[in-house]
Design a protein around this ligand. Structure first.
Ligand SMILES: *Cc1c(COP(=O)(O)O)cnc(C)c1O
Length: 425
């Protein structure tokens, strides 16, 4: 029996290998079921999911309320295109704009599409509102950014693998060091054609780099001074992941109360994706106030699936779960616990040098070179011990479990992680 079962996992891997493009390098585990903080492989082994589909499954796998909303809507009406109205989109737009505190929402499907939308919105605003001469607009981005995979987005990436042989590249971007206010100031000072500053409040893919405490608020103030749009890519950091509804919420103390109050740093343009649907369906969005969003006119931008009734119903349910189950508060408290437990371990560890993060978006840095296999090997051992995580870069492992986790489960996970690490000391 065991041999037969083993085969089924191997079979799935072989199928993907033979018939699928090799654009990922997955951990060799084949999953076929998820529930809350757990996933199961085809052999029936149960794991804690410590990736949450790159923070798309913040609300936990197969959340009944989200799945219920999806199934219900799928049996009623799935797609009309925006050539006609549907009765769900407006309700969702009202709900989400009130939830996040913006005038308007532009619905898309994937994170990369939402980033593209934000860039187009920013450029159009720059020409029509700021008065930048046509085709001269520049957008400032940060080194080591990750904003998705379209041709324009990889044009301003500095990941050689993401870029190589995909040129010619889109122009109009200036790259500065992340978490460096002077660099931002210099870029803004001597250039009248800057339209926007696109930034991740925490650089997730780069390895969970948390900027200095005042970085975002001071960057926002600089943007205001130079009439430049502050564009926050919260595709990964948003929707309660970092212990706040948004990472740009700063210290608005919403760990204690319902966080849909005024954020400490209100972006001019907010980009959401991933957990906006709880991982049930591709749903992304760009939010902005009227004086910005009004440059978008019929015909200037669109998407066949963007704003479809299934997406709208799913997104409302996904946000209600975040609010009703107090996921931001939970992520805040469990995040503090996770880092303090790991810091205790680190005191006597040679294999990991530090843990960093906010809420339940954390990473550990392995005491080895970026080229070493250690982080991958640790992830393989974690898998054996019942916990799934993946290196972000050579020697960094990201830990981002679903936010519906409880204290007891988190402590069990800490045990699995420290026990596994000790095998490598
Ligand atoms: C995942 C991610 C994206 C891209 O989202 P896709 O849905 O994969 O296109 C963009 N920005 C950030 C910060 C992300 O983490």
């Amino acid at each position: 029996m065991a041999v037969l079962e083993k085969k089924s996992s191997q079979h799935s891997i072989e199928l993907e290998d033979k018939y699928g493009a090799h654009n990922y390098h997955p951990l060799p585990v084949v999953l076929n079921k998820g529930d809350g903080v757990y996933v199961w492989d085809v052999e029936g082994k149960k794991y804690y999911d410590f990736l949450s589909a790159y923070s798309a499954v913040n609300q936990g796998h197969c959340h009944p309320k989200i799945v219920g909303a999806m199934v219900n809507q799928a049996q009623t009406l799935t797609l009309t295109s925006r050539a006609f109205y549907n009765d769900k989109l407006g309700e969702y737009e009202k709900f989400a704009t009130e939830f996040f505190g913006f005038d308007k929402l532009l619905p898309m499907n994937t994170g990369a599409e939402a980033v593209e939308t934000a860039l187009k919105l920013c450029r159009k605003w720059a020409y029509e509102k700021k008065g930048i001469p046509e085709n001269e607009a520049q957008i400032i981005v940060c080194e080591n950014n990750f904003h998705g995979r379209t041709t324009t987005i990889i044009s301003f990436s500095n990941d050689p693998v993401a870029r190589k042989n995909f040129g010619p590249y889109t122009t109009g971007f200036i790259k500065i060091e992340y978490d460096n206010l002077n660099a931002l100031k210099e870029a803004l000072e001597n250039n009248e054609n800057i339209a926007g500053f696109l930034v991740e409040p925490i650089q997730g893919e780069a390895g969970v780099y948390v900027p200095s405490d005042d970085y975002l608020s001071k960057a926002k103030a600089l943007c205001e001074k130079y009439n430049v749009l502050f564009i926050a890519d919260e595709v990964q950091t948003g929707i309660a992941r970092t212990g706040r509804l948004l990472a740009t919420c700063g210290n608005c103390s919403c760990a204690n109360k319902n966080c849909s109050g005024t954020p400490e740093v209100k972006p001019d343009v907010l980009i959401l994706g991933k957990a906006l649907s709880g991982g049930a369906y591709p749903v992304s969005a760009v939010l902005a106030d009227d004086h910005i969003m009004e440059v978008i006119k019929p015909g200037s931008h669109g998407s066949t699936f963007g704003g479809n009734p299934v997406a709208a119903a799913v997104a409302v349910a996904a946000l209600e779960v975040v609010r009703d189950e107090k996921l931001a508060e939970n992520a805040f408290v469990l995040g503090e616990l996770f880092r303090s437990e790991l810091n205790t371990y680190i005191e006597k560890s040679n294999i990991i040098s530090l843990v960093r993060g906010k809420g339940l978006l954390n990473a550990i840095v392995i005491n080895d070179s970026e080229e070493s296999e250690t982080a991958w090997n640790i992830c393989m051992a974690l898998k054996e011990n019942g916990l799934l995580a993946k290196p972000t870069h050579g020697n960094i492992i990201r830990f981002a479990p679903p936010l519906v986790m409880n204290r007891e489960q988190l402590l069990e996970c800490v045990n699995i992680i420290t026990k596994t690490l000790s095998e490598f000391e």
